[in-house]
Write a protein that binds this ligand. Structure first.
Ligand code: GDP
Ligand code: IMO
Ligand code: MG
Length: 436
């Protein structure tokens, strides 16, 4: 029987989801995005080519694989068309294999304007550090039931009227409350109508398409963006993104029942990173050469794909993973970027926190509580050998295996895959998720 896998980030994003989805896609017929927007940055390395994807699912580099953008995604059509053009310039034909749900709320220029003006108005401590792409304001419109959706693009009169109404409101907020420039209505309408024609052939009923693919015996991958601690409900609110990033959203954000999700793979960096504001208990300084934080930042090339910002780095946090494993119902873990830790004399793992005089081993719910958590670490010996590019468990240094075994025990989740480099084949398989 066809098997469907959900791939989610278990930390604060950038765990290496794109690499792993691209690798897993060898065994799948389709890849589905079910939340987020072009705030995501997923990097695929295939031979001498590097692809940076924001909206297009990470299966696109595999010929013949179908890529679906589900209703849970907020869609900036201008950005999508740019991404398709870039893929085409790199020799990848995307249009005939890309399908878009009519239910996707649109991201329009006033959303990015609102996002940026709001961030500019906040004081330093309150800044979320958003990507400035308009993600939050677009999801607000969805929940407020005033969003324009892909579906609305193909009825000109209705679109013009609805856009006028919603822009009157947003331009009022931009100019009167946020001291920002208004967005031009006619330009927005004309550009949107033009771009609508460009995506029209790709718009289809994604729920029906996924069931048809499943019935035809195809394996499907559901590709999460962001990470569990950036989830609007379960993350370090308000320092989060505006969508549900957890595995449960794969069903609601694409139009399939939960019974269609057979295995949940948690992509987990061998250490931890975070971009933007918000608490991070196991954080390390990254500036000083020769320190573990510096090694993670430089060797791991921890700079944001979307905004180029330096990612904050820290030790592996098992108390955070304990939370993440439960919220997602993880079936297995893929530990990524193990090679980045090569050469460190010792490694630390945060196993619990001291919070207001008590010891807890589960990441708390409230961001202010998380900010007060003092990490409690256990120390393991490092390894000198290179693990870069290894493909067999037996070839890993003893101490690397001991580190992974310890993570498995602490997270109470099997480490099924290990990633040892950015290229697809630089992967160790202990259990193939499609065969579990
Ligand atoms: P995503 O947002 O979860 O898809 O992750 P990103 O693509 O934003 O960030 C992960 C980065 O690490 C990318 O530049 C990948 O090419 C790279 N990468 C992924 N897995 C590995 C790995 O195992 N080792 C190393 N050294 N780099 C990796
Ligand atoms: P991928 O899919 C890491 C972060 C931003 C900010 C917060 C809110 O590549 O893992 P937003 O623009 O979404 O309103 O910003 O979320 N953020 C990410 N951090 N990886 C991502 O995506 C992210 N997408 C959003 O830095 O802190
Ligand atoms: Mg990323």
């Amino acid at each position: 029987m066809a098997k469907n896998i959900v791939v989610v980030g278990t930390q604060w994003g950038d765990e290496g989801k794109g690499k792993v989805v691209d690798w897993l896609t060898e065994q799948a017929g389709g890849v589905v995005r079910f939340q987020g927007g072009h705030n995501a940055g997923h990097t695929l390395v295939v031979g001498d080519k590097t692809y940076k994807l924001n909206l297009v699912p990470s299966g696109i580099a595999r010929p013949g694989v179908r890529c679906y953008i589900g209703n849970g995604v907020v869609l900036d059509i201008a950005h999508l068309l740019g991404e398709i053009a870039q893929l085409e310039a790199g020799g990848i034909e995307a249009r005939s294999r890309l399908f878009i749900s009519p239910g996707c709320p649109l991201i329009l220029p006033y959303h990015a304007a609102l996002d940026q003006a709001r961030e500019a108005k906040k004081n330093a401590a309150a800044k979320i550090g958003t990507t400035g792409k308009g993600i939050g304001p677009a999801y607000e419109d969805k929940v407020a039931r005033r969003a324009l959706r892909v579906y609305d693009l193909f009825n000109r009169a209705h679109l013009a009227e609805k856009l006028a109404e919603v822009m009157e409101y947003h331009n009022f907020v931009l100019t009167r409350f946020l001291d920002a420039q208004p967005v031009d209505y006619q330009k927005t309408l004309d550009e949107t109508l033009e771009r609508a024609e460009a995506i029209r052939p790709m718009v289809t009923d994604i729920s029906a398409a996924l069931y048809a693919a499943h019935d035809a015996g195809q394996n499907l991958l559901f590709e999460g963006a962001q990470g569990t601690l950036l989830d609007i409900d379960h993350g370090t609110y308000p320092f989060v993104t505006s969508s549900n990033c957890v595995a449960g959203q794969a069903a609601a954000g694409s139009g399939v029942g939960p019974g269609m999700l057979h295995y949940v793979l948690g992509i987990t960096k061998a250490y931890c990173t975070r971009v933007g504001g918000g608490p991070f208990p196991a954080e390390l300084p990254i500036e000083r050469e020769g320190t573990p934080g510096y090694q993670m930042s430089r060797k791991g090339r921890e700079f944001g794909t979307v905004t180029g910002r330096a990612r904050r780095c820290g030790w592996f946090d098992a108390a955070l993973l304990a939370r993440s494993a439960r919220i997602n119902g993880l079936s297995g873990l893929c530990i990524t970027k193990l090679d980045v830790l090569d050469g460190l004399s010792e490694l630390r793992i945060c196993t619990a926190y001291r919070l207001d005089g008590k010891i807890i081993d589960l990441f708390p719910i409230g961001a202010d509580e998380v900010a007060r958590c003092e990490p409690i670490f256990e120390t393991l010996p490092g390894w000198k050998e290179s693990t870069y590019g290894l493909t067999r468990w037996e070839d890993l240094p003893d101490n690397a295996r001991a580190y992974l075994d310890r993570l498995e025990t602490l997270c109470q989740t099997p480490v099924d895959l290990i990633s040892t480099g950015p290229e697809r084949q630089e992967t160790i398989v202990r259990r193939n998720p499609f065969a579990v």
